[in-house]
Design a protein around this ligand. Structure first.
Ligand code: Y12
Ligand code: CO
Length: 175
């Protein structure tokens, strides 16, 4: 499956993703295609809507202490639901759909999440720290929410100005 990352301000990113009912080959192909794309683009999390597929699918691969990513640490979540949340943590987030922009975002520090795996089996994960942040960031994508939506009014204005400038520069380089 040939997939490309959709970037802000593409309206596709605002779509609400649909529940997965069939755990079939099409879903497996999607997951198998999202993973190399995420790794090749230096991502640690990717939701299907970021490749223009509005399905409740996300993948994560959190690096270890040496900043290495291992295939064994891949987490695939289908139809995830956060069932409990507590605490607060701030982390400088980035997103493959908002290239070259990083900003401090507040999230819950501890979460429990129910989800299904690629075969439809129900799972439960207790997460904290970076994994908890990444899950919340990716679940937001399933609702059409981006981390930049959580910025203050003034910070968002500054972002829009900087981002527009960056897009303009990119465009003029292509000419
Ligand atoms: C903590 C915070 C946010 C998440 C969500 C997942 N975010 C990412 O995977 C972000 C990846 C990313 C990759 C970039 O590309 C390179 O470094 C080559 C990048 O930089 C540019 O686009 C220039 C920005 C973000 C999980 C956990
Ligand atoms: Co993102």
């Amino acid at each position: 499956m040939n997939l490309n990352i959709v970037t802000y301000p593409n309206k596709i990113l605002r779509k609400k993703s649909k529940i997965i009912e069939k755990f079939d080959n099409e879903l497996h192909q999607l997951l198998d295609s999202m993973y190399p794309l995420m790794i090749d683009t230096n991502g640690i999390g990717l939701a299907a809507i970021q490749v223009a597929i509005a399905k409740r699918v996300l993948i994560l691969n959190i690096p270890d202490e040496e900043d290495e990513q291992y295939d064994d640490n891949l987490i695939e979540m289908i139809n995830p639901i956060i069932t409990s949340k507590k605490g607060q943590i701030t982390y400088q987030e980035g997103c493959l759909s908002v290239p070259a922009f990083y900003e401090d975002i507040d999230r819950y520090e501890f979460i429990s999440v129910n989800f299904q795996d690629r075969d439809g089996s129900t799972k439960r994960l207790e997460a904290n720290g970076l994994l908890a942040i990444a899950i919340q960031h990716e679940i937001d994508h399933l609702e059409g929410i981006l981390f930049i939506d959580k910025l203050s009014y003034s910070r968002r204005k500054k972002f829009e100005k900087e981002y527009k400038k960056m897009l303009k520069e990119k465009k003029s380089l292509k000419k």
